[in-house]
Design a protein around this ligand. Structure first.
Ligand SMILES: *Cc1c(COP(=O)(O)O)cnc(C)c1O
Length: 392
């Protein structure tokens, strides 16, 4: 179907931070399949673990016990606020399941009237009918019928408006700690803490959509760790399988207390291949020093980006984000920078608010980051000379 306006570019192989075309051109990968291949391409440990599982067993369904699933759940729980986990196949499914868990929590306590969820302007929670309503993006909702009920919306980073949106039917507030598709727009730490307190004061559940921010992307396993607060329910996907499609919902025991056998389910979710991938990703991320080293490289790179902002004031406006969830807000159309970077054999991802996301492998080396800075410099120089009409 003509769902996508694809770049006329196909890759055949990947190696670490690079993607290779069939005719041998090497591209520096700052898209990571939209924040998915967190450990780069062809990582030897992921390849070994997945290959080993491919020869054993792929899928049995959740009718039976899956030891790899119990293992991954225990490890995610041990390294987070959560007590329990549910595995699914995508980010939208993890977000939608999180909303179901929140609604069921109140229904099971005899308060089924509490079912509405407050989300924020600029949010993206996926493309199912309910998550389109949650995201409230007119462009995505258009033509798909009456918007699903059960969601209210508040402007980002406006506590008074958020408070005013809370009503007797509200069950939860759902947020991305840093909006991804929305243009790497962060909720400040103080605001996150205030939202947590608002939830506690009003008896609401806090759902965090860490589909893009989670799994190390911001320099900690989960982005909310930077704020010192925790959600009650969290949606994960993207980096979780290092490129294998999978999602998860983590929750406290209390928040998940409405869930009993038969209340939610999936055929594919949590199968052996996905669990082998997820456990292999955690093997690497939970190794001592992984996050410290990531943070060091990321802050080095952010300084290089800040220098580019100063050097190209007609092209770039600001750098946003944390860890390797970064974006450049551009003064030229953001697509122009994506195209100019592609001409330098570097791939990136555009986002809303005229931004270009820079999402490298979390394992990218200092030398590769310097190479990225050189490519960005060349791309900006080309755009700057175009915008002033001078020859480069
Ligand atoms: C990508 C994304 C989703 C949707 O994930 P899919 O796997 O495409 O369904 C949901 N929430 C956030 C924050 C995302 O970045």
């Amino acid at each position: 179907m003509s769902t996508y306006a694809r770049a006329p570019l196909a890759f055949e192989r990947g190696e670490g931070s690079y993607l290779m075309t069939a005719d041998g051109r090497r591209y520096l990968d700052f898209a990571s399949g939209i924040a998915v291949t967190a450990l780069g391409h062809n990582h030897p440990h992921l390849v070994a673990k997945l290959t080993e599982q491919v020869g054993k067993l792929w899928h049995t369904s959740n009718l039976f016990e899956i030891p790899g699933q119990a293992k991954l759940a225990e490890r995610l729980v041990a390294n987070s606020f959560a007590d329990v986990a549910f595995f699914c196949n995508s980010g939208a499914e993890a977000c939608e399941g999180s909303v179901k868990i929140a609604r069921k929590y109140f229904a099971a306590k005899g308060q089924p009237e509490k079912w509405r969820v407050i989300t924020f302007d600029g949010a993206f929670h996926g493309r199912t009918l309910a998550m389109l309503a949650a995201g409230n993006n007119k462009k995505y909702l258009d033509g798909f019928g009456t918007k699903a009920d059960g969601f209210d919306h508040a402007p980002l980073n406006d506590l008074a408006a958020l408070k005013a949106a809370i009503g007797p039917e509200t069950c939860a507030i759902m947020l991305e700690p840093i909006q991804g598709e929305g243009g790497i727009r962060a909720i400040p730490t103080e605001t996150l803490r205030a939202i947590r307190k608002l939830c506690d004061d009003h008896g609401l559940l806090l759902i965090m959509d860490e589909v893009q921010t989670g799994m190390g992307r911001t320099g900690k396993l989960f982005a909310h760790e930077w704020s010192g607060i925790t959600p009650d329910i969290m949606a994960l996907a993207k980096g979780l399988g290092g490129g294998f499609p999978m999602g998860a919902i983590l929750a406290t025991k209390d928040a998940a207390s409405g869930i009993a056998p038969g209340t939610h389910g999936t055929t594919f979710g949590g199968n052996m291949l996905a669990m082998a991938a997820g456990n292999a990703v955690l093997d690497v991320m939970l190794a001592p020093g992984f996050f410290e080293d990531l943070q060091r490289r990321a802050s080095m790179f952010k300084q290089q980006l800040a220098m580019l902002i100063d050097k190209y004031p007609t092209v770039l406006e600001e750098v946003r984000g944390q860890g390797f969830l970064l974006a450049l807000k551009t003064k030229v159309p953001n697509g122009d920078l994506v195209t100019a970077l592609q001409q330098q054999q570097m791939v990136s991802v555009s986002a809303a608010d005229n931004t270009v996301r820079l999402l490298p492998s979390l394992l990218i080396s200092e030398a590769e980051l310097s190479e990225a800075t050189a490519k960005l410099d060349a791309a900006c120089a080309a755009l700057a000379s175009k915008s002033t009409g001078n020859a480069a």
